[in-house]
Design a protein. Structure first.
Length: 352
């Protein structure tokens, strides 16, 4: 009997951005220009996912320019993540080390320009474009924090997750939930709220325990809801890095009970966010103009992620068979490395 996805508690209103159609057209042009989506089969899947709608739900009040920018970041993160999660590269740490080092060089301000005649991976070309459009307008402390979050995402996804897959290690729930906020790149996305909203949060706020709680709780809600909706897809791929899977593995729960458990945890994190939000607003009335849009950005992330996950074919149980053949949508040009395993290594790729 097929398990039913429980309703996920979310007390925030559903919203969307009026510039979504423009952003869809922008994404089509940008992914073609950077080479991130090349083959027709990959483009078809990319268009069906509708990242333009996703970014419009997550940033309902952004102007057109900022919506395009964060949409490009979302797509870059999703497509790099697909390469690492769905293909053989996610089980081969050594094969991605060089391209990740070049990405980190972009973040650290190193010279990553191509040599004459050199063809660079599309992800590197796109990252350089994103970096140049995002970072110059930001405050130095924001740049430092954003760079650290992006570097932590890349290194955690390509060392910790990849190492676990290669060695057949199943992480504990506690370790996983701490790492998940990095492997999901949600801190990177939450940082972009400041750029979109045109606010500059002081370091003192980022170090405040109540702000840390609100941010951590909202990140957990987004990541765990993603785990609920992507669970069936990831089961098809043999992916162990999913909270529903880990609850089943460590607690011995059946599938439905594990789904119910994770959804109850999401509800608890939502309440934790609301309590921290109320404390913050009460504690810092002088920061209302900064706090309200920041917290609203976290709210719309929780709501928008949920709404998009419910409608995108990316996680539709009727369409999960597409993931049995990731070669149909993974492209070597994204990371500049063959994403599929040699024939003899296919079975090994789904250990765990």
């Amino acid at each position: 009997m097929e398990s039913e996805l429980p309703d996920i508690y979310c007390p925030f209103p559903q919203r969307s951005n009026p510039h979504v159609a423009h952003t869809r057209a922008h994404l089509d042009a940008w992914t073609r220009r950077t080479g991130l989506v090349h083959r027709e089969s990959a483009r078809q899947r990319f268009e069906q996912a509708d990242f333009g709608a996703f970014v419009g739900m997550v940033h309902p009040t952004a102007d057109s320019e900022h919506l395009d920018l964060v949409a490009d970041w979302f797509v870059w993160l999703f497509l790099v993540d697909d390469q690492l999660d769905d293909g053989h590269l996610g089980r081969s740490p050594d094969r991605v080390r060089d391209v990740v080092a070049r990405m980190l060089s972009v973040v650290e301000g190193g010279d990553t320009r191509p040599l004459p005649g050199e063809e660079q991976p599309a992800a590197l070309v796109a990252l350089r474009d994103l970096w140049e459009r995002t970072v110059p307008r930001a405050a130095p402390h924001w740049r430092t924090r954003f760079a650290w979050h992006l570097m932590t995402y890349l290194t955690t996804a390509t060392t910790w997750e990849t190492g676990n897959r290669a060695d057949g290690v199943v992480p504990s729930e506690a370790v996983y939930t701490a790492k998940r906020r990095h492997t999901g790149a949600i801190h990177v996305c939450m940082d972009l709220i400041e750029i979109v909203a045109g606010i500059e949060a002081p370091e003192s706020l980022h170090n405040d325990p109540r702000f840390i709680t609100a941010l951590e709780a909202s990140c957990n809600v987004v990541c765990w809801a993603n785990d609920v909706y992507s669970y069936e897809k990831e089961q098809v791929l043999g992916e162990i890095h999913n909270l529903v899977h880990l609850v089943r593995h460590h607690r011995g729960y059946g599938e439905q009970r594990a789904l119910n458990h994770v959804c109850a945890e999401i509800a608890a994190e939502t309440e934790r966010f609301l309590a921290a939000e109320e404390e913050l607003i009460g504690m810092y009335p002088q920061l209302t103009d900064l706090l309200v849009p920041y917290l609203d950005g976290m709210r719309s992330w929780m709501r928008g992620n949920l709404d998009w996950s419910r409608q995108t074919p990316r996680y539709n149980p009727a369409d999960v068979s597409q993931y049995k053949a990731p070669g149909e949508y993974l492209e070597e040009t994204v990371l500049g490395i063959a994403a599929q395993a040699p024939q003899h290594a296919t079975a090994e790729g789904h250990r765990g």
